[in-house]
Design a binder for this molecule. Structure first.
Ligand code: FMN
Length: 221
């Protein structure tokens, strides 16, 4: 595949909502393009809400959205319900054959103006806190430009949430400058009652809008 620095590479799985030729934010005049929101989704049952989350983000004028999924997250949604480009680990490895080929996690971190990890499960939380990057999503996060916002929405069983390592790891992500959208208490899908449920989709979308407004370059309609 031809390397096109600063552009998102074309994938055979690409669906039309995201223009794969969209210019890199670093090189394109801001008046010419939409803001790019990259959604990372991990293997929490809250990934069931991915289609709703993406459709609500697309309701915000001036946004383009793409998704990076972990393999486990795929269990919880149907790709046909997600009307944007969806990237997963296989895309990264299928794309790179020769020196001049694009490295997807680097192109995605260039493309995105904001990264929203929703839901962030306990496994990926632990990996991100310690710098592990063994899949496409954690590589994007590890390579993230810290001058751009990264929002994360923890989601896990109450017992996992209450384990002392969770607060340490969430604190580590905050120390990196990432923005937590806190989990909420409710009756979880597993039947337990308590903290650990992902924040409501409305809360998440409102926070994305607020952060983009704070950073400028975004017109509220
Ligand atoms: C039905 C089901 C629901 C799950 N829900 C959660 C969850 O809400 N939060 C969590 O941290 N892990 C949850 N897990 C466990 C994760 O899927 C598991 O840790 C997995 O390895 C995460 O991989 P990933 O971080 O690469 O997506 C769930 C597992 C199953 C089978």
């Amino acid at each position: 595949m031809e390397s096109r620095p600063g552009r998102l590479p074309e994938l055979k799985a690409t669906r039309p909502h995201v223009d794969p030729g969209a210019s890199c934010p670093a090189t394109a005049p801001s008046v010419e393009r939409k803001l790019h929101v990259l959604v990372g989704v991990t293997g929490s049952v809250a990934a069931l809400k991915l289609p709703l989350l993406v459709s609500r983000l697309l309701d915000i004028p001036g946004l383009e959205v793409a998704v990076v999924t972990t393999e486990r997250a795929k269990h919880f949604y149907s790709p046909q319900d997600v009307p944007v480009t969806l990237y997963s680990d296989a895309d990264e490895w299928e794309m790179w054959k020769h020196r001049s080929d694009p490295v997807l996690h680097i192109d995605l971190r260039r493309w995105a103006d904001l990264l929203l990890v929703a839901p962030l499960d306990a496994n990926t939380l632990g990996k991100v806190a310690s710098g592990i990057c063994d899949n496409l999503l954690t590589c994007v996060i590890r390579a993230w430009d810290l001058s751009k916002p990264l929002l994360f929405c923890p989601a896990m069983n109450t017992a996992m949430w209450e384990h002392p390592v969770t607060a340490q790891q969430v604190g580590q992500l905050q120390a990196f400058g990432y923005i937590e959208i806190p989990c909420v208490a409710k009756k979880l899908v597993c039947g337990d009652q308590g903290l650990g449920a992902m924040a409501e989709v409305d809360t998440i979308v409102n926070k994305v809008r607020e952060v983009l407004l704070q950073r400028g370059g975004f017109q509220q309609s």
